[in-house]
Design a protein around this ligand. Structure first.
Ligand code: FAD
Length: 618
């Protein structure tokens, strides 16, 4: 059967990267197609039923600030919300929600079907159509041809995926899905730098066979921190998780059987996620520890499946049963699906520019796990970037770059495209040098204006943003209107130095132990400010001095980012630049001076030479 259709943006894969890419492009007004193997494949959580966490929660808030879908869907599916690091400073707090898998999938599918300009096509992409070095469309397994100005590839772990359980292995994209072999062969023909990575998942347990009565219980927060700036109330019933621990017996069973593990038995070549180790990894690497925590997380409100977070494995099923049964509360637990490891191809992300377009093959964008990352949030954030930029290219608009200075998204894109990966990349707050200003709570202030300029936000979002921005401004003015004497401030119960310095309520909020309710005693009319605005203003004030100090660095990065290095720029002839450094720059192909500055071995002197050369080009 042969049909011919034409789209501006065609997205391959309906996982987390694909869904966000398709929605972003469609919101920008591009005629968009999302090709998925099956409708039920949209929004599938391959591993843990949770969204967010440290660093990852920041990414979800940023996606939401651009009016993306992940945050809204996660809020609808959330069955336990916790703000991680609640006792630490707001900059490193991360919203996290355990999600009902089925609700997440259902809501993501519904949102995708309801999105204007977006057509869902069921089928397997087996070929990419080219005109010279430019991608022009795809061919499906049934022979259907779909033409598109741009293509976004988001095939996750499906490229030459191999599933391992102990000594057994078979081809698969994840448990129950076939791998994408033909597409992988086609991609081979592009000569891209490919690597192999691996990741694992734990066995799933039957809740009816767990002895919950002996387990510690973990409840969610009383006041849930939602992902979306638009969400105001809980949608799903909330549940508790159970907590148990591995023990010496568990570790003994695992140690004895290490040779039978796919990871340790020499069956897998790929590198695994250091920060999300398997239980085999933990037992070997932390040999002095006799116990590890295991969170028992219900996967849905209606089913019976429980996800034991913390014990992913690639041991054979009989060993999985033995070690599960050695854990308190799990003595008679039934395994519904064994744990497994998956090994898959990824493409070295240094082959991409900052818009996530391949440098060598134009009009082809890559996003998600295929770029060497791990995690739903990292995938979705890249999907957003690729979807926006594919739409920009199709619509003849300038690419949109996210900067390290304005977002975690910018940090991730820069890390991937300039440094590459040696293990599955996941986000951490420590990766962001400007984390005091890149907070989860102010993601809308940082990014929604860009999304509004791009014309990709809803009317409600725009109205919400405008009224919040106005309220923040009015609140800031009220906090800064009057400076009070130390005597006045102490009379209000705040201990300050009697040094004669007058301070505004905003300046008082910069002291870590001063809260908004304290400054209301100094200036009672401040109580009229809405509670959420009070919280945001207090956070802004707390970090204001540090952020002012960082501003110089932020300005320098922004200035360097504005010095764009043209495609095809040659480094070889720059006098004074060492051969070694010019070879490194030639292979890294930075998009701008800020990226060039981060290339290993770059010095201020070399940067000055490069800048001089760039000026000659302008
Ligand atoms: P996916 O969610 O995998 O989506 C890819 C989509 O592409 C699928 O819907 C697939 O059907 C579709 N597709 C593939 N080929 C084609 C084709 N030719 N035509 C049409 N459609 C196609 N993350 C963590 O953060 N922590 C973990 O511990 C963790 N463990 C994991 C363990 C396992 C076993 C697996 C499989 C994944 C794990 N992940 C983990 C990773 C997480 O699932 C991914 O990072 C995330 O789902 C990646 O999103 P994605 O959109 O890139 O790919």
């Amino acid at each position: 059967m042969f049909h011919v259709k034409h789209f501006d943006v065609l997205v391959i894969g309906g996982g987390h990267a694909g869904a966000e890419a398709a929605h972003a492009a469609a919101r920008m007004g591009a005629r968009t197609a999302l090709v998925t193997m099956t409708l039920s494949g949209i929004g599938v959580m391959s591993c843990n039923p949770a969204i967010g966490g440290l660093g990852k929660g920041h990414l979800v808030r940023e996606i939401d600030a651009m009016d993306g879908v992940m945050g809204k869907v996660a809020d609808k599916a959330g069955i336990q919300f916790r703000l991680l690091n609640r006792r630490k400073g707001p900059a490193v707090q991360g919203p996290r929600a355990q999600a009902d898998r089925a609700i997440y999938q259902r809501e993501m599918l519904a949102a995708t079907q309801a999105q204007d300009n977006l057509t869902i096509v069921e089928g397997e992409v087996v070929d990419l159509k080219m005109s010279g070095q430019k991608v022009t469309g795809v061919e499906l397994a049934d022979g259907t041809l779909l033409h598109s100005t741009t293509v976004v590839l988001t095939t996750g772990t499906f490229l030459r995926g191999i599933i391992h359980i102990g000594e057994e292995k078979h081809s698969g994209g994840r448990m129950g899905d076939k791998a994408s072999v033909k597409l992988a062969e086609r991609i081979d023909s592009f000569g891209l730098p490919l690597g192999r990575l691996k990741t694992g998942t734990p066995p799933r347990l039957d809740t009816r066979t767990i002895n919950w009565s002996v387990l510690e219980e973990q409840q969610g927060d009383d006041e849930p921190a939602f992902f979306s700036f638009e969400t105001t109330k809980l949608a799903a019933k909330q549940v508790a998780c159970g907590i148990t621990h591995t023990n010496e017996r568990t570790h003994e069973i695992i140690s004895k059987n290490l040779a039978r593990s796919a990871m340790y038995g020499g069956h897998i070549d790929g590198t695994g996620p250091r920060y999300c180790p398997s239980i085999e990894d933990k037992v070997v690497r932390f040999a002095d520890k006799t116990s590890h925590q295991v969170f028992l997380e219900p996967e849905s409100l209606t089913g019976h499946t429980v996800y034991p977070n913390g014990i992913s494995t690639s041991l054979p099923v009989d060993v999985q049963e033995d070690y599960i049964h050695s854990i308190v509360g799990l003595e008679t637990a039934k395994i519904l699906q064994p744990g497994y490891a998956i090994e898959y191809d990824y493409i070295d992300p240094r082959a991409l520019d900052a818009s996530l377009q391949l440098r060598a093959t134009t009009h082809l964008f890559l996003a998600g796990q295929i770029n060497g990352t791990t995690g739903y949030e990292e995938a979705a954030a890249q999907g957003l970037v690729a979807g926006i930029n594919a739409a920009c290219l199709a619509q003849g608009r300038e690419p949109v770059q996210f900067s390290r200075a304005n977002s975690y998204i910018g940090v991730m894109i820069d890390d991937l495209t300039t440094r590459g990966v040696t293990e599955p990349y996941r986000m951490f707050t420590s990766r962001a040098e400007f984390r005091l200003s890149l907070r989860a709570d102010n993601a809308d202030q940082r990014l929604t204006p860009t999304a509004m300029d791009l014309g990709m936000v809803s009317v409600q979002r725009r109205a919400l943003f405008d009224s919040k921005r106005d309220a923040l401004e009015v609140g800031y003015q009220a906090l800064s209107r009057e400076a009070y004497t130390p005597k006045h401030i102490s009379r209000a119960g705040i201990a300050v130095k009697e040094d004669g310095t007058r301070r505004t309520p905003y300046q008082l909020l910069a002291f870590p132990d001063v809260q908004f309710k304290d400054v209301v005693r100094v200036q009672p009319d401040l109580s009229a400010i809405d509670r959420p605005i009070q919280i945001q203003l207090a956070r802004d004030a707390l970090y204001a001095n540090y952020i002012d100090r960082q501003q110089k660095d932020i300005d320098r990065i922004k200035k360097d980012e504005a010095h764009v290095i043209p495609t095809g720029f040659t480094y070889a002839g720059i006098s004074g630049l060492s051969n070694e450094l010019s070879a490194k720059l030639e292979s890294a192909r930075p998009d701008n001076l800020a990226q060039a500055a981060r290339v290993e071995g770059m010095t201020p002197a070399a940067l000055a030479l490069l800048l001089a050369k760039l000026r000659q080009h302008q």
